[in-house]
Each structure stands twice: as structure tokens, then as C-alpha cells.
Write a protein that binds this ligand. Structure first.
Ligand code: MLT
Length: 313
């Protein structure tokens, strides 16, 4: 019988968010399925390095698991970018369809091939809303004097370029301090993440953008996974599935409560002007054409659109 093991799980966010929920549920079900033989210890808040570093570490087998945002996987496996094109995912249903259907299966294969990590679960975190400390933002022109941090992700950088500014690429683990010290004025992340990270202490204005629905994979190092017995592999996969289902429910239960709490704490929330039309038009017309090839070509893109019941391009 294989030795009992405590797996190390890197988690990018602080406690209380969707990543934490996914990790807790994964641990609970893993312990249950292995009769307590294996468990998973969560290292919160970027303790084990930036989210992008944890992909490298899992890839070479020095880290067992990581929970991170999808946008921090794209640099290692460009086809994942199909899920981070602006305005591709328009609801939780879209996110579930893409991650749990054939598109998701293909992405699992691609990240295995490109990065040596296996996606075994997903957290669903909601739309990334824009926060800043300077003034309300409702049109792209309002961004002109706002320095916005984005992950080191080309698609997101190009999206802000389409909206008229050069955003500042920065690791997630450095973001709170940069906001606090005024190195940057703003950032975007889902309400639940803004709350877990206590960004309300350093940010005042929120814009309800819907350009990116944040999905956050739980990845396992493929070499670690292959070292497990068939039984333990099955337990890991089942725990990932159970944690995924739990994460979708957590979002539904928590997002509006957390939004109300952030308002009570003094955040001022605005909707984008004109039903977000200008934001959508600029981002889709300028960003999508540039990334068709890197995400695998027009057929791949159309396949994603078709699975969402949308018109092909
Ligand atoms: C990022 O902005 O780098 C990530 O989306 C943060 C996260 O993992 O929540």
C-alpha cells in the first residue's frame, strides 16, 4: 500500500474566496475517498510563489497542486486563451459549458501537452470588475489617467490597449502592495476575490465590467499524478469534480452578498455607460482577430462559439 501523503497545494488568493473554497472541498473529498490516507494542505495567498511560478513548479514536479486564475495559465498553453478572449464567456452557464464539456476536455489535453500539468477541477469566480482609487470609470475614456495592473497576460494587456491605455503587467502576489503604495491605481478581479484580498481597504470605485468571467483551474503536476496508484488517481479526479460542483454553488450563494458588503464598506459601484457597448466593440474588434492563430485557428474559435450556441465568425 502506498505511503500516506500530504499534498502541497499553492493557492494564489487569500482565505475566503473561491480558490479557498475549491481547495477546502478538494481536501475534504480526497480524505474521504482515500479513507484518510491522503490529504491536501493549502498554502494561501501566494506563499509558494506567484501564480505563474507555481505552474512552472508543478510542471517540473517540485509542487503537487496549484489553484490559480486561468489567465495565469495562458502564457504556458496559448490555446487556453480561447477562454480568456474578452466577452467570450458571458455567464456562469457559459463557463460551466466550456470547462465541463468537450472544449474543456481539449484544454486539459493541451495543458498536459504544453505545460506538464493536468487540470482536474475548476473554481468559478464571476466577472472581473474594474476597481480603482481615483474616480468613477464608466467609459473607456475615463481610464486615461488611471494606471491599471493586469496579470502578465497578453490578451488582457491588449484589451486595455483597445480601451486606450497601457496597463501595467504585474504578478498577483505583488498587487495588494502596489495598490496600497499607489504604484498602480486600479486592477480587475471578481467581487469575491476583491473581498477576500481586502482590496476595499485600498480601492474605492468599481466598474461592473463583464469582459472576463474568471475561471480558476486546480492543476496537478502530471509527474506527481503519474506516481499515484490507479485508486489514488481516481480519488484525486473525483475530489476535483466534487470541488468543481461546490465552487459553482458557492458563487451563486455568495456573490451578491459580498457585493452588498463591499458597498457597505464604502466602495462605489457603477455600471459601464451605454450598456457596455463601446467597451465590447473596442475589445472584440481589436483583440479577437489578433489571437485567432495562437488559440489554434478559426476552427477552434468557431468550435468554442458553437458550443455556446453563438454565431460563428
Ligand atoms: C490575477 O489577477 O492575476 C488573478 O486573476 C488573481 C487570482 O488568482 O485571483
Amino acid at each position: 500500500m502506498a505511503q500516506a501523503k500530504t499534498f502541497k497545494v499553492a493557492v494564489g488568493d487569500a482565505a475566503g474566496g473561491t480558490q479557498h473554497e475549491l481547495g477546502k472541498k478538494f481536501n475534504e473529498v480526497l480524505m474521504e475517498k482515500t479513507g484518510g490516507k491522503h490529504d491536501a494542505k493549502l498554502f494561501m495567498n501566494g506563499q509558494l510563489g506567484s501564480e505563474q511560478d507555481t505552474v512552472n513548479d508543478a510542471s517540473i514536479g517540485t509542487l503537487d497542486f496549484s489553484i490559480l486564475a486561468i489567465n495565469n495559465v495562458t502564457p504556458f498553453s496559448p490555446t487556453v486563451g480561447a477562454l480568456t478572449l474578452p466577452y467570450m464567456i458571458q455567464s456562469l452557464d457559459d463557463a460551466v459549458t466550456l470547462t465541463q464539456g468537450p472544449v474543456g476536455e481539449q484544454l486539459v489535453e493541451n495543458t498536459l501537452r504544453d505545460a506538464g500539468v493536468r487540470i482536474i477541477g475548476w473554481a468559478y469566480s464571476g466577472f472581473r470588475v474594474l476597481t480603482n482609487s481615483k474616480h468613477p470609470v464608466t467609459t473607456p475614456a475615463d481610464l486615461k489617467d488611471v494606471v491599471v495592473r493586469v496579470p502578465k497576460n497578453e490578451i488582457m494587456l491588449d484589451t486595455y490597449k483597445a480601451w486606450g491605455i497601457n496597463a501595467t503587467p504585474m504578478a498577483w502576489s505583488e498587487t495588494f502592495t502596489a495598490l496600497q503604495q499607489g504604484v498602480v491605481d486600479g486592477q480587475d478581479n471578481p467581487y469575491i476575490t476583491v473581498h477576500a484580498m481586502k482590496f476595499d481597504e485600498v480601492q474605492k470605485y468599481v466598474t461592473n465590467l463583464r469582459y472576463l468571467f474568471s475561471i480558476e483551474p486546480l492543476i496537478v503536476s502530471e509527474s506527481v499524478f503519474q506516481d499515484q496508484s490507479a485508486e489514488d488517481q481516481a480519488a484525486i479526479l473525483e475530489a476535483g469534480k466534487a470541488a468543481t460542483a461546490h465552487s459553482a454553488q458557492f458563487l451563486l450563494d455568495q456573490e451578491s452578498k459580498i457585493k452588498a458588503e463591499l458597498t457597505e464598506k464604502g466602495m462605489v459601484i457603477a455600471d459601464p455607460a451605454d450598456g457596455e457597448k463601446e467597451w465590447i466593440d473596442l475589445a472584440t474588434s481589436k483583440v479577437w482577430p489578433k489571437y485567432v492563430d495562437s488559440i489554434g485557428g478559426k476552427d477552434v474559435l468557431n468550435n468554442v462559439l458553437k458550443s455556446l450556441g453563438r454565431d460563428e465568425i
